[in-house]
Structures are given as C-alpha cells and as structure tokens.
Write a protein that binds this ligand. Structure first.
Ligand code: SAM
Length: 382
C-alpha cells in the first residue's frame, strides 16, 4: 500500500517493502507523526549528527532527509523500504546514512530519535551501544504507540541514558523525553547472550547457542523449534540445505552437525539473526561449509539450486498478524528447490500451513504432530 503522510517537512509518499497491493498495512503510524510534529513545534535544533534508531520503513529519515540523518535498523526489509521511500520522494540517496544494528555506531550523537522496537532486549542492547556517543546536550526523544511503551521501556532509558519522562498521549502514541546524564554508571551489556541447549533435542543436545538481542526466542529454546529439532529430515545425498528465517541458527546447525557433507545457507531478514546464526554455527565447531546471508526469504537464491528448505515461518510483522511472509517464503522455496527437493515447515497447528503448501506444491504430508504443532513436508514435483 502506497500512502501519504503529512509532516512539517512536507507530504511524503511511503510504502513498505516489498510492496504488496493486497497488504493494507501503512508504512508509518501515529507515533512517527507525533515525533515529527514535536520536533517542529519545539524547534528542536537538528544539527550535528542526527541518529534515528528503529525507523520501521524509513518514514522518519525520509522526512528529516535535509538534516542528513543516520538510520540504524535491524531489518533488511526496513532498509530496502527506506531506500525506496527516499527515491519515491526525490531524496538523493546519499542524504541518509544507512547503518545496521551490527555496525559500529557514530562516534558522537547530537540528536537521538528512537522509534521504540518491539523487542525490549534490542532496545537495551542498542541504547547501551549508543550511550558512549551521547553527551549532556544530546537531544533524546523516543516515540511509540501507547501499547508498546511500558514501565520497563522507560526504565531502560533511565538506567542507560538519564532522567526520563513521557508526554501526554496523542492518537494512542506517546513520546519519551530523556535528558542524558553522561556521569551515569551504565550496566554492562548482557548481549549477545549464550547458553547451552537442553539434552534430548538431537545433534545439538547440550551444545551452545548464541543470541544477539532481539532474535526470536533469544533466552530459551522455543517449543516449536524444539519440536522441529526432533523431526528434522535425513539429509543424506542432499548437497544444499537452506535454514530459511534462521533466527539464532539452531535448525541449520543441527542439520550441519548431523551431516557434515551438506552445505547450509542460513538466511534471515534480521541482521541480528544472521550474526547469531553465524556465532552459533562457529561456537559448535561444525566441519563443512556454510553461508550466511541477510535478505528477504530466498530472493537471490538461483532457481532449482536447493535440495531441502527448513522453515519455521514468522507470523508477525511489527505487531500486526500477517501470513504474507510465510506465503512469500513458501513461494520462494518452491522456486529455489530442485525437482524432488523438499520444503519442511514447522508451525502452530491452527495456522493451517498445509492448505498453502497444497495450493503451491500440490501436496503436503504430515511428518509429525502434537496437540500444538505440526511438521509438514511438501515435495517439488518435476
Ligand atoms: C519464528 S522465527 C524462527 C527462527 C528459527 N528458525 C527458529 O526456529 O528458532 C522466524 C524468523 O523469520 C525471520 N524473518 C521474518 N521475515 C523474514 C523474511 N522476509 N525473510 C527472511 N527471514 C525473515 C525472522 O527474523 C525470524 O528470525
């Protein structure tokens, strides 16, 4: 959906990435609009290094492009949307510096604008990474929908940056106003977080997993993933396996440990996830080859080049429930698989993935099920 946002810096045409005519989700919300209104009304000096953390689809940096902001995001899709939105609004691409959550942050930050992320852990990690670049005169303003800002969110700003208060709510959005105190003794960054997996989960039993902040189920083994680990395919004879939406890389690492002959491609749209997958893989000293790639599903993977795709699809996109990503992942898997290749999917039983698989592949087999989860297999027919 291509929609328009009115800002004090002009009207913007904005869209998510990839653009999907059936998707009715906007590329900005009331919290983006509130933050921009606040900056204009307060006459906030937007000089020096302006950093925008967590800008979802690039609305904030597109509006503020003339102030040459730096965007920091964990999302490859968010970064692509930003590039497209800058172009859509005639902004020269060099006006905005695009960094990821894995890049070293700017050395000095004069204005820090934070679109509060869904993950409190990611906020904690990023504020701790940015704090040394913040000084007593840095303007710090956060924004988010009321339902996304909790006492724990404000406590993070308080503990890491300095005294914090919130604004009145407007259109169900709220601002976080923080006065940095560089003398504050900051906590040690607990991220990345590593722990040893439980026993009885196959090749990875008792082995280490590494999680960067914000990764899916970063502090414990997800029960769906656990179910998947107990029912992974025998990959003998397979050359190339994809861990699609790899998160911390447990699934692909388990396959690589069981069969060192296979080459695993770990891919995810989150920079934190791909970094975690690589760290998990390395921590387990797996022999063999692996590739780590940030991107949208299987985009860029050649047609017919893959033997097995393993997938635990996401069903949320920034708070909104959507199955668009799962559908795109399954479609991409069908294209990337060789004839006879297999897509293995784990999901909540109620999500009904077998219907989608049957529509796309013409078949779907139940490999395993319990009252909550199913593991399904679809074979690409020649
Ligand atoms: C339910 S988690 C599964 C993580 C891991 N495979 C596991 O089973 O623990 C889904 C993963 O898909 C990733 N993801 C979401 N959208 C994606 C996309 N368009 N392309 C690739 N990965 C995506 C998320 O970042 C997340 O890591």
């Amino acid at each position: 959906m291509n929609d328009r946002m009115t800002t004090p810096w002009g009207e913007l045409a904005l869209a998510r990435h990839p653009e999907d005519p059936r998707e009715r989700l906007r590329a900005w919300d009331a919290s983006d609009a509130y933050l921009l209104r606040h900056l204009a009304e307060q006459g906030t000096p937007l000089s020096g290094t302006v950093v925008v953390l967590g800008d979802r689809w690039g609305a904030l940096v597109t509006a503020l492009a003339r102030h040459r902001p730096t965007q920091i995001t964990d999302s490859w899709l968010g970064q692509e949307a930003t590039r497209a939105n800058l172009a859509r609004n005639g902004v020269e691409p060099g006006s905005v510096r695009l960094l990821t959550t894995q890049d070293p942050p700017p050395e000095r930050i004069d204005v820090l604008l934070v679109r509060v992320p869904k993950s409190l852990a990611l906020l904690e990690d990023q504020l701790l990474r940015l704090a040394p670049s913040v000084h007593a005169d840095t303007v710090v303003v956060g924004t988010g929908m009321v339902k996304e800002i909790h006492t724990s969110t404000l406590q993070l700003f308080e503990r890491i940056l300095g005294p914090t208060r919130t604004s009145l709510a407007q259109q169900k959005a709220r601002l976080i106003l923080c006065a940095p105190d560089p003398s504050l003794e900051r906590p040690v960054n607990p991220w990345p977080y590593g722990y040893d997996l439980p026993e009885d989960i196959g090749p990875l039993s008792g082995r280490p997993v590494v999680n960067h902040a914000g990764v899916f189920c970063a502090d414990r083994l997800d029960i769906g993933t656990r179910f998947f680990l107990r029912h992974l395919p025998e990959t003998r004879g397979a050359r190339r396996v994809v861990d699609l939406g790899c998160g911390n890389g447990i699934v692909g690492t388990a396959v690589a440990l069981a069969d060192p002959q296979v080459e695993v491609l770990f891919t995810d749209e989150s920079y934190q996830a791909v970094a975690s997958a690589e760290a998990t893989y390395r921590a387990n000293g797996v022999p063999g080859h692996a590739e780590f790639r940030v991107g949208d599903g299987l985009a860029g993977v050649p047609d017919g080049s893959v033997d097995v795709v393993l997938n635990n699809p996401p069903f949320h996109s920034h708070q909104a429930t959507t199955d668009a990503t799962a559908w795109r992942m399954f479609t991409g898997a069908r294209r990337a698989l060789r004839p006879g290749g297999e897509l293995w999917v784990v999901g909540n039983r109620h999500l009904g993935y077998h219907v989608k698989l049957r529509r796309l592949f013409g078949n779907s087999q139940l490999v395993a099920g319990d009252p909550k989860f199913v593991v399904l297999k679809a074979v690409k027919r020649g």
